[in-house]
Design a protein around this ligand. Structure first.
Ligand SMILES: [Zn+2]
Length: 102
């Protein structure tokens, strides 16, 4: 017997919940103030199943020449880079419709 999806109750091989989730995926970029007034740019919502987030973090750090890490499902870059991050994500093939800058 095939596994049953918890969301829709259909067997997993015919359920479309994951596809829908991908289409609705929204990447959010926001600037957050950390201790001592340090600003970081956080990127959340990138699907770890379809994107190598460590590699993406590395690419963004190189492009923006800043420090950063990937942790707890979010990319954190040091400094204020919202609009540049958006541009870089689009260059890397993400749809501008799915990117939200807060
Ligand atoms: Zn489902």
């Amino acid at each position: 017997m095939s596994e049953i999806c918890e969301k829709c109750g259909l067997p997993k091989d015919i359920c479309a919940c994951e596809d829908i989730a991908k289409e609705r995926q929204v990447i959010t970029i926001k600037q957050v103030e950390r201790r001592f007034g340090k600003m970081i740019t956080m990127i959340q919502g990138v699907d770890p199943k379809s994107v190598d987030l460590k590699e993406l973090t590395k690419q963004l750090k190189q492009k923006l020449a800043c420090g950063g890490t990937y942790k707890n499902g979010a990319i954190e870059l040091q400094g204020r880079h919202s609009s540049k991050v958006r541009d870089e994500l689009i260059k890397l093939g993400f749809s501008s419709d799915t990117i939200e800058v807060r």
